[in-house]
Design a protein around this ligand. Structure first.
Ligand code: NAD
Length: 489
């Protein structure tokens, strides 16, 4: 850890970030390293009263921020990108020690954040609006973009930096203030470090704040009448509660939720590529990814070979200390997650599934697992596992496979492996999924392409590129008459 973050660490142990670090006697929460089980730091939590104060601060700050020039907003976001780049190792180190990310995953996430910040820095200078003709002579109709006001961002622990920044950066670019509620399992990586980042970026005080805490703090943010939008990434269960609260208040919400993503491997697939892709899609970050390949559907004619190769590869993965370059599988985030994965695998075996490899773990580690002889309705196949498990189902007919894929309540990402790309492109239209990748795996994110799910995987919109404008601003119709007119009443 460099000296600069050591100084900051002393601050987050005693302060909360409300645009400035504010000293508090509030409760603290220990930060535990999932690899070792050791307490490595602590963070001050926000109270419900702090949430209310933060909203007031955000409202005042936003009035000025929305009036700044596009150059000023772009400069802040560029500076944030540069500061992230200069301090990339700090972000990587915390992601490893607090969240169990491997060096590979933490490095990928950090670089994606930098790209995301640069992309958002181009948003303020984009044309925003159009002129329409009018049936009334001398009238001009214009629509223009206006900010929403205060945007509440609630994020998960699995990609704590990227999944926060992908909302914060475009929301700030569009002239909003942002209040971030990070996950309780990534308070430093997805919270305090972002406070540090935006403080150092030259963002005016109060336009970005962090309120760490348990679900009550998130609920207070969602229910505050002067928070104008909630951008939430997390589980479908919590997303439904947030949608309900927002609906009651007629508040805008954008939800990026859970997934149980299928990979269809057709009879003409390149098996080497399919297996390689399946390993990445299933085991990256121990499978704790919303887009994880959680359902493998393989054509019967190649199933034996696919299972054998996937098993060989799963057995060869290095499980251990995620800070070591050779490690491919780190720990799961916490005991509850580990318990859930163990229980789901044990239940599947109890119901007659075949354990090809893995199926057990030590401390918070869980070995890469391949499971066969299952049916489409078994929880191990039908539910989101969020662990390093590859359940494989064999199919004979592609229509049957598509029906199984579409039977899930989720609809986030699907991959199809085949030589017939034009056919797969057509097939994509029959599949209920927000993202479909042909001859690739399911874990894909490109910051400039609209990202999001169908069904219970998402609600409210898309992230990325052109979609960000509508997500984080609203359209306003302004009509201008040179001179007032008389109405016949
Ligand atoms: P979670 O839903 O438990 O928590 C997410 C956040 O919501 C946390 O900050 C938590 O403190 C907060 N929260 C919990 N209850 C709340 C409430 N009642 N009101 C307001 N806030 C509340 O999810 P998690 O365990 O952190 O993340 C894993 C889940 O996230 C998985 O289901 C995964 O698929 C999903 N996810 C989705 C995407 C996507 O882009 N679709 C990306 C990553 C993760």
């Amino acid at each position: 850890m460099n000296t600069q973050t050591n100084i900051i660490e002393q601050i987050w142990k005693e302060h909360i970030f409300q645009g400035n670090w504010v000293k508090t006697n509030n409760l603290s929460r220990d930060i535990i390293n999932p690899t070792t089980g050791e307490v490595i730091s602590s963070v001050k939590l926000a109270s419900i009263e702090n949430v209310n104060t933060s909203v007031n601060i955000a409202i005042e700050a936003q009035k000025q921020w929305s009036k700044t020039t596009f150059e000023a907003r772009a400069k802040v976001l560029r500076k944030a990108a540069q500061f992230f780049e200069e301090n990339i190792q700090t972000f990587i180190d915390w992601n490893i020690q607090e969240c169990g990310s491997t060096l590979l995953k933490a490095g990928w996430e950090a670089n994606a954040c930098i790209e995301q910040l640069y992309m958002a820095s181009s948003m303020p200078m984009a044309a925003s609006g159009e002129i329409f003709p009018s049936s009334i002579p001398t009238r001009t109709n214009v629509w223009q973009r206006v900010p929403l006001g205060v945007v509440g961002v609630i994020s998960p622990w699995n990609f704590p930096l990227l999944l926060s920044i992908r909302s914060i950066a475009p929301a700030l670019a569009m002239g909003n203030s942002v209040i971030l509620k990070p996950s309780e399992f990534s308070n430093i990586t997805g919270g305090a470090l972002l406070a540090w980042l935006f403080q150092m970026s030259g963002l005016p005080e109060g336009n970005f704040q962090v309120i760490s805490g348990e679900s009550e703090v998130g609920e207070a943010l969602v229910n505050h009448p002067q928070v104008n939008m909630i951008s939430f990434t997390g589980s479908t269960g919590v997303g439904k509660k947030i949608a309900e609260s927002c609906a009651k208040q007629l508040k805008k919400c954008a939800l990026e939720l859970g997934g149980n993503n299928a990979m269809i491997i057709c009879e003409d697939a390149d098996i080497e590529i399919a297996v390689n892709n399946a390993v990445w899609g299933t085991f990256l970050h121990q499978g704790q990814i919303c887009m994880q390949t959680g359902r493998h559907l393989v054509h019967r004619s190649i199933a034996d070979l696919y299972i054998q190769k996937l098993k060989e590869k799963a057995l060869s993965l290095n499980v251990g200390d995620p800070s070591l370059p050779a490690t491919q599988i780190g720990p799961l985030i916490n005991g509850a997650q580990h318990h859930k994965v163990c229980n789901m695998v044990e239940a599947a075996i109890h119901q007659g599934a075949t354990l090809e490899c893995g199926g057990k773990g030590e401390n918070l580690f869980f070995y890469p697992t391949v499971i066969t002889n299952i049916s489409k309705d078994d929880p191990i196949f039908a539910e989101e596992i969020f662990g390093p498990v590859a359940p494989i189902l064999i199919f004979d007919d592609i229509n049957e496979a598509v029906k199984i894929v579409n039977s899930s309540k989720y609809g986030l990402a699907v991959a199809i492996h085949t030589e017939r790309t034009a056919w797969a492109y057509e097939l994509a239209k029959q599949i209920k999924s927000g993202m479909i990748h042909i001859n690739d795996q399911t874990v894909n994110n490109e910051y400039h392409v609209p990202f999001g799910g169908m069904g219970e995987s998402g609600y409210g919109g898309r992230f990325g590129g052109p979609a960000n404008f509508d997500e984080f601003s609203q359209r306003q119709w302004v009509s201008i008459l040179d001179k007032g007119i008389q109405y016949p009443l």
